[in-house]
Design a protein around this ligand. Sequence first.
Ligand code: HEM
Ligand code: NAG
Ligand code: NAG
Length: 389
Amino acid sequence: MVHIRFTSIAFGVAALSSALAFPAYESLSGLSERQLVEAASESNRGGGGGGPGAKVPPPPPGPPSFTGAKLVDDARHPWMPTRPGDIRGPCPGLNTLASHGYLPRDGVASPEQIIKAVQDGFNMDNELARFTTYMAHLLDGNPVTDLISIGGKTPKTGPDPPRPAIVGGISNHGTFEGDGSMTRADAFFGDNHSFNPALFEQFKDFSNRLGGGFYNLTVAAELRFHRIQQSIGNNPQFSIVGFRHLTLYAEAAFPVTLFVDGRRTGAQAGHLDMRSAESFFKDMRFPRGFFRAAQPSGAGPAPEIFAAHPTVPGRNVAGVNTFTPDTSLGSITDFCTFYTQFVSKTLKGLYPNPTGVLRRNLNINLNFLYQSLGAGAQGCPQVFPYGQN
Ligand code: HEM
Ligand SMILES: *[C@@H]1O[C@H](CO)[C@@H](O)[C@H](O)[C@H]1NC(C)=O
Ligand SMILES: *[C@@H]1O[C@H](CO)[C@@H](O)[C@H](O)[C@H]1NC(C)=O
């Protein structure tokens, strides 16, 4: 049996040629280093050295004091429809938190706000919250202003209160956002982040046939594998290398661990009904009266989902059905290689020669990322691509 280390987040996995997905000197959510710094000097949300909008990233929040189930669809967090300019993206969890005001409703937040919100609103466990958030922030955020969008990059102007001129976001394809999502189409087909009705019908069909009308771990394992085969067969640019090979399995677990009402116990636990699923995935809304998970939760079942149909990272190299393994950036069974390659190849490709506040903040965020690995970092030394201070 394959040994899989998932820290409390658990992850291991995969590969990909960083040169292909992360062209050096080019894509920081489509922004240049100069734009990141300019965004800081135009921002009015910051405070800290390096321009009015630059900020020293504060340490990540720890776990909340109360970690049991509680009503989260409460009076202080009413659901509200998006206003013109509000940003939403590929993550149903973050979309829901923004639409209920656990995150700024405009969809632009700091890593600190995201970690607090996923813990408070969903009881996501602290290590996973920190790891996921700093991965996203390093790949897609603006390290200078310490802000990231939960969707596409922000336009120059925004709703009240005005936000920094440009902030990157998690819809950026090939970084965190990737192929084979359950309810979002692959970027190749034109829209990589919106709720896709046809894919949701497939989600329901699998749940009806294999879960008796519910999404549970059996459904998760089969649908996850099916979506990968489906994309290998119809997306010539299909790629699940590097970080994506980890997130595929973690994200298939979240509907079981985080979208099921925390009061469902015993035989009812771990089964997500379709009305609730639609509420999260499509409406970005807690089911009426929703209670968050009864204990800190997250990617725990991901190894089980992976083990049902083990896959290798790779991509279609010459059109559909040309899937070719590529484990150069580690694998789900080799977390240390994943971490090491992410820092020394992927991130270094995105930020070849950072200086000043950008370099300082990258180093601070890299420390936060390494610390989030917890037990997962055992025997895996920290990598310092930009020196140690
Ligand atoms: C901790 C901060 C988080 C970040 C930065 C984040 C980011 C993302 C991103 C970038 C994706 C798109 C990946 C893709 O499918 O291409 C995604 C998908 C997803 N996220 Fe999150 N997420 C976070 C927390 C959460 C939470 C708390 C939940 C659940 C309560 C959640 C549930 C999901 C699910 C179910 C998907 C898969 C959607 C699908 O396959 O259709 N996420 N997330
Ligand atoms: C992914 O979605 C974002 C946000 O809408 C968009 O800016 C980007 O162009 C999309 N990427 C691809 C490759 O479709
Ligand atoms: C999912 O639900 C189906 C149908 O009730 C059941 O046969 C299966 O054992 C369930 N899987 C899990 C992991 O509970």
